[in-house]
Design a protein around this ligand. Structure first.
Ligand SMILES: Cc1cc2nc3c(=O)[nH]c(=O)nc-3n(C[C@H](O)[C@H](O)[C@H](O)COP(=O)(O)OP(=O)(O)OC[C@H]3O[C@@H](n4cnc5c(N)ncnc54)[C@H](O)[C@@H]3O)c2cc1C
Length: 292
């Protein structure tokens, strides 16, 4: 199907882009890589009157550590994240997710900012950012603000950005000593969206106890889910005890609220979550031990 007609502008800088979004009201929509938005337009599930293409704005495509944070520019392509040796070494959980998003064509155009701003519970980066305790930096007519990942995903396809705000950067707390993370996703076929996905980030104490933990779940609720009960339950417990890990997986799976659909029943998906939590937790701990 062809998309409905729309106006198109390609502003040179952020203030021009924000001005356009503010003056055209709710009918204007940001487009970055177009990998989520264009399919919606073609299915006529969205019909903006104006597309504000931010892909040519300079300075929003970078990966760097500064000020105690990893900072990923919103326009950084998924493929650039996947190819980053720095991300692979210090933030392997982000690398894990980047390499299972769609196929190379999608990853070459799709951006990290678009992946989270779309608010699709089936997208892979939101759960990772919840596990990592990331912050999203947005700029709009009223200036800049930072939104915690846990406050960002409001509902399916609804995030905490105002219509005239642009996400500029994702900030992840700098990786600590004895920290590691892992993202695992079950997909029915290569390049598919997740049946379920799990992100686990841990920091271990010298004695092996789980000092800090973040858990995010993909495709098992109306938004990506932060598994707070499982996180709270696990803090301070021995990370290598099999029964503890089994219980962690059970508690996390109870926080999933998946729909029955073509990818499986709700009960099956909860079992997948439990299995993936147990595996991702063990991998995250191994990586944390290796990082010490
Ligand atoms: C065949 C196919 C397979 C896919 N498989 C997966 C998959 O397995 N996992 C996965 O996670 N995703 C998958 N996707 C979805 C897609 O890859 C991601 O969502 C992509 O990262 C979106 O980024 P984008 O730059 O293309 O966003 P766009 O499509 O340009 O925009 C998406 C939404 O975000 C908004 N937006 C974008 N950037 C900003 C910004 N900086 N500030 C404010 N709002 C913004 C837009 O207004 C729009 O609402 C797939 C897509 C396709 C076509």
């Amino acid at each position: 199907m062809l998309p409905p007609p729309f106006d198109y502008v390609s502003p040179k800088n952020l203030s021009e882009a924000i001005g356009l979004l503010a003056s055209r009201g709710e009918g204007a929509k940001v487009i970055a890589g177009g990998q989520s938005l264009i399919p919606l337009l073609k299915l006529r599930l969205a019909s903006p009157s104006l597309l504000v293409d931010i892909s040519r704005i300079q300075g929003l495509n970078r990966i760097e550590e500064s000020g105690g944070s990893l900072r990923i520019g919103a326009l950084t392509r998924i493929a650039d994240v996947e190819a980053s040796a720095f991300i692979m070494e210090h933030y392997p959980i982000i690398h894990d997710a980047s390499k299972v998003i769609g196929d190379p064509l999608v990853r070459n155009l799709g951006t990290v900012g678009g992946n989270v701003s779309h608010g699709d519970p089936n997208n892979d980066m939101p759960a990772v950012m919840l596990a990592l305790g990331a912050e999203f930096v947005a700029i709009g007519p009223a200036g800049e603000r930072a939104i915690k990942a846990q406050d960002f995903f409001l509902d399916t396809f609804t995030v905490a950005l105002n219509h005239d705000e642009i996400l500029t950067e994702i900030r992840v707390p700098k990786s600590k000593q004895r920290s590691g993370g892992c993202y695992l996703k079950l997909e029915q076929k290569v390049a598919d969206f997740a049946t379920a996905g799990v992100a686990v980030q841990v920091t271990l104490a010298e004695g092996g106890e789980c000092e800090e933990i973040g858990i995010g779940l993909t495709a098992v609720g109306p938004t990506a889910i932060k598994a707070r009960k499982a996180e709270d339950w696990m803090r301070g417990k021995a990370s290598s005890d099999s029964r503890t890990i089994e219980e962690l997986a059970r508690v996390a799976a109870q926080e999933a609220n998946p729909l029955t659909d073509i990818r499986g029943t709700s009960a099956y998906k909860k079992q997948v979550v439990a299995h993936l939590v147990s595996r991702a937790f063990r991998n995250a701990c191994e990586r944390a031990e290796g990082a010490s």
